[in-house]
Design a protein around this ligand. Structure first.
Ligand SMILES: Nc1ncnc2c1ncn2[C@@H]1O[C@H](COP(=O)(O)OP(=O)(O)OP(=O)(O)O)[C@@H](O)[C@H]1O
Ligand SMILES: [Mg+2]
Length: 289
């Protein structure tokens, strides 16, 4: 098997003598879409800080492409250039949106024309075309979060880490970000690690799911990654228009989009799990989440 993109071994972090994180072994493969879920205080952000080498563990190691860069300044710098973390409360600079997004490109000394091209493309991908000259400090929380995401993708990192990227967004923008995550992950081959509370989002995106509780991994699952054929495949139109508040179902095909053991429900009538109620393979299903 190939070397994982990221690996944590016997990882521990303490705050004020309290063990916050205790991860025995975690491997995130190259090109994976990895979702970290868990309640408030579970240690999700702490884990992300260690996996992005922005913080040091008290015990254990984190490896990037098989190498532990902690302890070597040059190795750390090299890894940090290849990996980007968008924080839960993103840092926004007191300047224009353009300069905010261009930041990482300027640090890498790209030529002006190329910077403009990449900033324009990144803003368009997060749904903020035309925002270039706005003062970033006057943006709404959701817009600011997308500017931070645009800044992160502009540098085309090997690994993109997002700490609750859709927490402050409305349904239409959640969809923009989820589509973007799929695009980055599948078409550019970027390894993506996302922290989320949103189990519906976990189902919508699929991938390597890590359940964190009280600092430990209590479960790991690999959910199918669904390719939406049309926008309404995963999102009922009402949800996009903001009319539907309770998203309990989404569509798919049994056996292809979902493993056969999903608990399914047809619109309106709940089906009890069990072989007698199971639709045939390939039949449309509306899983209960
Ligand atoms: N710098 C710190 N000093 C002391 N305690 C900390 C520090 N950072 C985190 N903690 C504690 O560590 C635990 C895990 O925090 P963390 O921020 O990783 O949780 P989380 O899973 O990201 O939660 P949330 O869903 O609220 O973002 C919490 O109990 C928190 O209070
Ligand atoms: Mg957090």
């Amino acid at each position: 098997m190939s070397t994982p993109k990221l690996r944590a071994r016997e990882l521990q972090k303490f705050y004020n003598g309290r063990k916050i994180l205790d991860i025995k072994d975690l491997a995130i493969e190259k090109g994976e879409l990895c979702l970290i879920v868990g309640p408030n205080g579970a240690g999700k952000t702490t884990l992300l800080m260690l996996l992005s080498f922005l913080d040091l563990p008290d015990r254990g190691e984190v490896y990037y492409d098989g190498i532990n860069p902690n302890g070597s300044k040059s190795a750390l710098l090299s890894v940090r250039r290849r990996l980007t973390l968008v924080m839960q409360r993103p840092v926004i600079f007191k300047t224009t949106v353009f300069k905010n997004v261009a930041y990482g490109l300027r640090v890498r000394h790209l030529r002006r024309g190329l910077i403009r091209e990449k900033v324009t493309r990144s803003l368009s991908l997060v749904g903020l075309s035309g925002y270039e000259d706005r003062n970033a400090l006057n943006l709404s929380q959701g817009e600011a979060q997308r500017v931070a995401l645009a800044r992160a993708i502009a540098v085309e990192p090997e690994v993109l880490m997002l700490d609750e990227p859709t927490a402050n967004l409305d349904p239409a923008n959640i969809r923009t970000i989820e589509d973007l995550v799929r695009l980055i992950n599948r078409e550019l081959g970027t390894t993506v690690v996302i922290v989320t509370h949103d189990m519906l989002q976990v189902r919508r995106l699929g991938g390597h799911v890590i359940f964190l509780s009280k600092g430990t991994i209590i479960r790991e699952e690999w959910l199918p990654q669904i390719t939406p054929q049309t926008p309404s495949d995963l999102w009922p139109d009402e949800a996009i228009e903001g009319e539907m508040l309770n998203l309990t179902t989404f569509r798919g095909k049994l056996g292809t989009d979902y493993p056969p053991d999903v608990v399914e429900r047809r619109r309106g009538t709940a089906l009890k799990p069990g072989p007698e109620n199971r639709p045939a393979n390939g039949a449309p299903v509306f899983p209960t989440l």
